[in-house]
Design a protein around this ligand. Structure first.
Ligand SMILES: CC(C)(COP(=O)(O)OP(=O)(O)OC[C@H]1O[C@@H](n2cnc3c(N)ncnc32)[C@H](O)[C@@H]1OP(=O)(O)O)[C@@H](O)C(=O)NCCC(=O)NCCS
Length: 144
Protein backbone atom coordinates (compact mmCIF):
# COMPACT_ATOMS: atom_id res chain seq x y z
CA UNK A 1 0.00 0.00 0.00
CA UNK A 2 1.21 3.52 -0.79
CA UNK A 3 0.53 6.41 1.53
CA UNK A 4 0.82 10.14 0.99
CA UNK A 5 2.54 12.27 3.60
CA UNK A 6 3.99 15.75 3.84
CA UNK A 7 7.61 16.16 2.76
CA UNK A 8 10.07 16.66 5.64
CA UNK A 9 13.73 17.68 5.63
CA UNK A 10 14.77 14.08 6.45
CA UNK A 11 13.36 13.08 3.03
CA UNK A 12 15.72 15.41 1.12
CA UNK A 13 18.18 12.66 0.18
CA UNK A 14 15.39 10.36 -1.04
CA UNK A 15 13.94 13.23 -3.12
CA UNK A 16 17.29 13.89 -4.74
CA UNK A 17 17.80 10.17 -5.47
CA UNK A 18 14.35 9.82 -7.00
CA UNK A 19 14.76 13.03 -9.02
CA UNK A 20 18.02 11.58 -10.43
CA UNK A 21 16.09 8.48 -11.56
CA UNK A 22 13.61 10.70 -13.44
CA UNK A 23 15.73 13.46 -14.96
CA UNK A 24 19.25 14.06 -16.27
CA UNK A 25 19.47 17.26 -14.29
CA UNK A 26 18.42 17.11 -10.68
CA UNK A 27 18.88 18.89 -7.36
CA UNK A 28 21.29 17.60 -4.70
CA UNK A 29 20.23 16.48 -1.19
CA UNK A 30 21.51 19.78 0.15
CA UNK A 31 19.44 21.72 -2.38
CA UNK A 32 16.40 19.64 -1.44
CA UNK A 33 16.93 20.43 2.23
CA UNK A 34 16.69 24.12 1.37
CA UNK A 35 13.74 23.65 -1.00
CA UNK A 36 11.75 21.57 1.48
CA UNK A 37 12.40 24.07 4.26
CA UNK A 38 10.96 26.97 2.28
CA UNK A 39 8.30 25.24 0.17
CA UNK A 40 5.61 22.64 0.71
CA UNK A 41 5.31 19.17 -0.67
CA UNK A 42 3.95 15.67 -0.42
CA UNK A 43 5.59 12.31 -0.95
CA UNK A 44 4.23 8.87 -1.78
CA UNK A 45 5.74 6.18 0.47
CA UNK A 46 5.53 2.42 -0.05
CA UNK A 47 5.14 -0.21 2.67
CA UNK A 48 8.94 -0.51 2.98
CA UNK A 49 9.14 3.23 3.66
CA UNK A 50 10.69 3.96 0.25
CA UNK A 51 9.78 7.23 -1.49
CA UNK A 52 8.13 6.38 -4.84
CA UNK A 53 6.98 9.85 -5.84
CA UNK A 54 6.90 13.41 -4.62
CA UNK A 55 5.48 16.80 -5.49
CA UNK A 56 7.02 20.13 -4.46
CA UNK A 57 5.02 23.34 -4.64
CA UNK A 58 4.95 26.90 -3.42
CA UNK A 59 2.33 29.59 -3.28
CA UNK A 60 -0.16 31.52 -1.29
CA UNK A 61 -3.89 31.06 -0.68
CA UNK A 62 -5.19 31.47 -4.22
CA UNK A 63 -2.06 30.68 -6.24
CA UNK A 64 0.03 27.52 -6.34
CA UNK A 65 3.10 26.93 -8.43
CA UNK A 66 4.08 23.28 -8.88
CA UNK A 67 7.87 23.31 -8.80
CA UNK A 68 8.43 19.62 -9.55
CA UNK A 69 6.63 16.30 -9.55
CA UNK A 70 8.03 12.87 -10.29
CA UNK A 71 7.18 9.22 -9.88
CA UNK A 72 9.59 6.27 -9.74
CA UNK A 73 9.70 4.86 -13.31
CA UNK A 74 8.62 1.40 -12.06
CA UNK A 75 5.54 2.90 -10.40
CA UNK A 76 4.25 5.01 -13.29
CA UNK A 77 0.71 4.80 -14.71
CA UNK A 78 -0.48 3.59 -11.30
CA UNK A 79 -2.10 6.95 -10.45
CA UNK A 80 0.54 8.02 -7.93
CA UNK A 81 1.02 11.32 -9.73
CA UNK A 82 -2.72 11.86 -9.91
CA UNK A 83 -3.16 11.03 -6.22
CA UNK A 84 -0.50 13.53 -5.20
CA UNK A 85 -1.94 16.28 -7.40
CA UNK A 86 -5.47 15.63 -6.18
CA UNK A 87 -4.20 15.75 -2.61
CA UNK A 88 -2.94 19.27 -3.31
CA UNK A 89 -6.13 20.31 -5.16
CA UNK A 90 -8.09 19.17 -2.13
CA UNK A 91 -5.80 20.73 0.46
CA UNK A 92 -5.59 24.02 -1.46
CA UNK A 93 -9.18 24.24 -2.61
CA UNK A 94 -9.80 27.69 -4.07
CA UNK A 95 -6.31 28.08 -5.56
CA UNK A 96 -5.35 28.31 -9.22
CA UNK A 97 -2.52 25.87 -9.95
CA UNK A 98 0.30 26.68 -12.39
CA UNK A 99 3.11 24.63 -13.86
CA UNK A 100 5.78 25.07 -16.50
CA UNK A 101 6.77 22.06 -18.57
CA UNK A 102 9.23 21.46 -21.38
CA UNK A 103 7.38 21.21 -24.72
CA UNK A 104 9.28 17.97 -25.36
CA UNK A 105 7.97 16.30 -22.20
CA UNK A 106 4.93 14.73 -23.83
CA UNK A 107 4.28 12.29 -20.96
CA UNK A 108 4.05 15.14 -18.47
CA UNK A 109 1.89 17.25 -20.81
CA UNK A 110 -0.55 14.35 -21.22
CA UNK A 111 -0.53 13.90 -17.47
CA UNK A 112 -1.42 17.57 -16.83
CA UNK A 113 -4.07 17.68 -19.55
CA UNK A 114 -5.68 14.60 -17.95
CA UNK A 115 -6.00 16.69 -14.77
CA UNK A 116 -7.76 19.59 -16.54
CA UNK A 117 -4.74 21.88 -16.89
CA UNK A 118 -4.94 24.23 -19.88
CA UNK A 119 -2.20 25.83 -21.93
CA UNK A 120 -2.14 29.57 -21.17
CA UNK A 121 1.20 30.61 -22.68
CA UNK A 122 4.72 29.74 -23.70
CA UNK A 123 8.17 30.94 -22.69
CA UNK A 124 10.08 30.73 -25.93
CA UNK A 125 13.45 28.93 -25.90
CA UNK A 126 13.28 28.66 -22.12
CA UNK A 127 15.11 25.32 -21.88
CA UNK A 128 18.54 25.31 -23.52
CA UNK A 129 21.10 22.55 -23.86
CA UNK A 130 23.75 21.38 -26.36
CA UNK A 131 21.05 19.96 -28.63
CA UNK A 132 19.21 23.27 -28.95
CA UNK A 133 16.32 24.92 -27.18
CA UNK A 134 12.75 24.12 -26.23
CA UNK A 135 9.84 26.27 -25.15
CA UNK A 136 8.32 26.10 -21.68
CA UNK A 137 4.59 25.44 -21.83
CA UNK A 138 2.79 27.38 -19.11
CA UNK A 139 -0.25 25.47 -17.86
CA UNK A 140 -2.98 26.49 -15.48
CA UNK A 141 -5.71 24.58 -13.67
CA UNK A 142 -8.50 26.88 -12.56
CA UNK A 143 -9.61 26.86 -8.95
CA UNK A 144 -12.69 24.81 -8.15
C1 LIG B 1 4.47 12.93 -15.24
C2 LIG B 1 4.47 11.85 -14.16
C3 LIG B 1 4.68 12.53 -12.80
C4 LIG B 1 3.12 11.13 -14.18
O1 LIG B 1 3.03 10.28 -13.04
P1 LIG B 1 2.19 8.91 -13.06
O2 LIG B 1 2.02 8.49 -11.63
O3 LIG B 1 2.81 7.93 -13.97
O4 LIG B 1 0.81 9.38 -13.67
P2 LIG B 1 -0.65 8.76 -13.36
O5 LIG B 1 -0.55 7.28 -13.30
O6 LIG B 1 -1.23 9.45 -12.18
O7 LIG B 1 -1.44 9.19 -14.69
C5 LIG B 1 -2.71 9.81 -14.67
C6 LIG B 1 -3.13 10.05 -16.10
O8 LIG B 1 -2.21 10.97 -16.75
C7 LIG B 1 -2.02 10.58 -18.13
N1 LIG B 1 -0.65 10.09 -18.31
C8 LIG B 1 0.29 9.88 -17.35
N2 LIG B 1 1.46 9.44 -17.91
C9 LIG B 1 1.22 9.37 -19.24
C10 LIG B 1 2.03 8.96 -20.35
N3 LIG B 1 3.29 8.54 -20.17
N4 LIG B 1 1.48 8.99 -21.59
C11 LIG B 1 0.20 9.40 -21.79
N5 LIG B 1 -0.64 9.77 -20.76
C12 LIG B 1 -0.12 9.77 -19.52
C13 LIG B 1 -3.01 9.44 -18.37
O9 LIG B 1 -4.25 10.00 -18.77
C14 LIG B 1 -3.12 8.82 -16.97
O10 LIG B 1 -4.31 8.08 -16.79
P3 LIG B 1 -4.40 6.55 -17.36
O11 LIG B 1 -3.15 5.84 -16.89
O12 LIG B 1 -5.68 6.02 -16.76
O13 LIG B 1 -4.44 6.66 -18.86
C15 LIG B 1 5.60 10.80 -14.42
O14 LIG B 1 5.52 10.36 -15.76
C16 LIG B 1 7.01 11.28 -14.17
O15 LIG B 1 7.53 11.19 -13.05
N6 LIG B 1 7.70 11.78 -15.23
C17 LIG B 1 9.12 12.20 -15.11
C18 LIG B 1 9.27 13.49 -14.33
C19 LIG B 1 8.58 14.63 -15.04
O16 LIG B 1 8.65 14.77 -16.25
N7 LIG B 1 7.91 15.48 -14.24
C20 LIG B 1 7.21 16.64 -14.74
C21 LIG B 1 8.09 17.82 -14.71
S1 LIG B 1 7.21 19.27 -15.28
Amino acid sequence: MLIIKNLAIEMAEACSRLHAMCDQTYWSSHEYEKLISRMQGVGCIDDKDVLRGFLLFQGIDDYIDVVYICVDPSFRRMKLGKRMMEHIFDKKRGADVFIEVNQGNIDALNFYYSLDFMLIGKRLNYYKDNAGSNDAMVLKRNRI
